[in-house]
Ligand binder design. Structure first.
Ligand code: ATP
Ligand code: DAL
Ligand code: MG
Ligand code: MG
Length: 325
């Protein structure tokens, strides 16, 4: 019997439009012979199934079912394509896990931990994973500019702690730029992480469980035309994403080992894309994304393509692995 797959997309954060694109690509590339595919938008004001005629049918939040032409439809598996809250930070995972509906993302705790940049880096540091020197501020806390600069130096990166797609991130070069940058970050999250500037080659490393094996995909080098890999560089063509990265064999080996170790320490499942900047030949971890962009141009699908894994294979594998969890 064909399985019912709900592809969930959207979400409540600034990344919702990116997620709608990722979700559409997933719907397009799932095997229609094998699966009944349902496109589902989870938005702040409505949870809806979008029919092929663009009709909106509400999702029953009690059991995550829909009713189509008088028939109740439940899902065998949910393909999670929501970047940011509530799809990448554990809420959706926890809800689906309580309902015992398999899903393609990592488990609830792993999602909550990794989406919190501060806590994820703090959890990984004792295992020898290198990262930038950092300073944290919660909303309402006193802001001591001199103390921040003394700790992280200039330039530094001011980032929303729980966000993605470079929303709420600024590179700060002078003390005067610090408070405005903090304001920008607080628009995205109530927590901020301020990091020392890691000056070096940036790479992005996809790690997935493919046919039961933890698999590190070919590494991508990020070359931004802008000051850093900001929103414009990511989504409006102002960067080159070069796979495989033009780094030495030694650097490739090091970052491959670190990325696999990070996946294994965190007991990850499903997709992950972790990012590193090389300083003094050593990879420094920036963050781990568990619902990476899924459009054909996105980094992880490009890496999979280089590894000979098509989008159809990649997405089908995610569902097969979800049934094993
Ligand atoms: N400490 C740092 N030093 C140098 N560059 C940094 C630093 N932190 C972030 N950046 C730059 O900012 C970009 C975005 O940062 P980060 O990956 O933490 O944010 P994000 O919004 O979660 O990104 P994504 O879209 O991958 O989810 C990085 O890809 C890198 O170019
Ligand atoms: C979607 C974006 N947060 C990514 O990691 O690709
Ligand atoms: Mg991110
Ligand atoms: Mg990133």
């Amino acid at each position: 019997m064909k399985k019912n797959i709900g592809v969930v997309m959207g979400g409540y954060s600034s990344e919702y439009q990116i997620s709608l694109k990722s979700g559409d690509v997933v719907c397009k590339h799932l095997d229609k012979e094998k699966y009944n595919i349902y496109k589902i938008h989870l938005l702040k004001d409505k949870w809806i199934y979008i029919t092929e005629n663009n009709e909106e049918i509400p999702v029953n939040k009690g059991d995550f079912s829909i009713t189509v032409s008088g028939e109740k439809v439940t899902f065998d598996c949910i393909f999670n394509a929501i970047h940011g809250t509530p799809g990448e930070d554990g809420y959706l995972q926890g809800y689906l896990e309580l309902l015992e509906i398999p899903h393609t993302s990592c488990p609830m705790y792993q999602a909550g931990l990794t989406f919190n940049k501060r806590d994820c880096l703090a959890a990984l540091k004792p295992f020898g994973i290198k990262c930038a020197t950092s300073y944290y501020i919660n909303k309402g806390q006193e802001i001591n500019e001199s103390e921040i600069i003394e700790k992280v130096g200039l330039p530094c990166f001011v980032k929303a702690n729980k966000a993605g797609s470079s929303f709420g991130i600024s590179k700060v070069n002078t003390k005067e730029q610090l408070l405005p940058a903090i304001e920008v970050s607080f628009k995205e999250d109530d927590e901020i992480i301020i990091e020392s500037f890691l000056d070096g080659t940036e790479v992005s490393v996809g790690v997935i469980t493919y046919k039961g094996e933890v698999t590190v995909l070919p590494i991508t080098e990020i070359v931004s035309e802008n000051d850093f890999f900001d929103y414009e560089a990511k989504y409006q063509g102002k960067s080159q994403e070069i796979t495989p990265a033009r780094i030495s064999d030694d650097m490739t080996q090091k970052v491959t080992e670190v990325a696999k170790k990070v996946y294994e320490i965190l007991k990850m499942k499903g997709f992950s894309r972790s990012e590193y900047i090389f300083v003094g030949g050593e990879p420094y971890l920036l963050e781990v994304n568990t619902i990476p962009g899924m459009t054909a141009e996105s980094i992880l699908p490009q890496q999979a393509a280089k590894a000979g894994i098509s989008l159809n294979d990649l997405f089908d594998n995610a569902i097969e692995e979800a049934f094993k969890k």
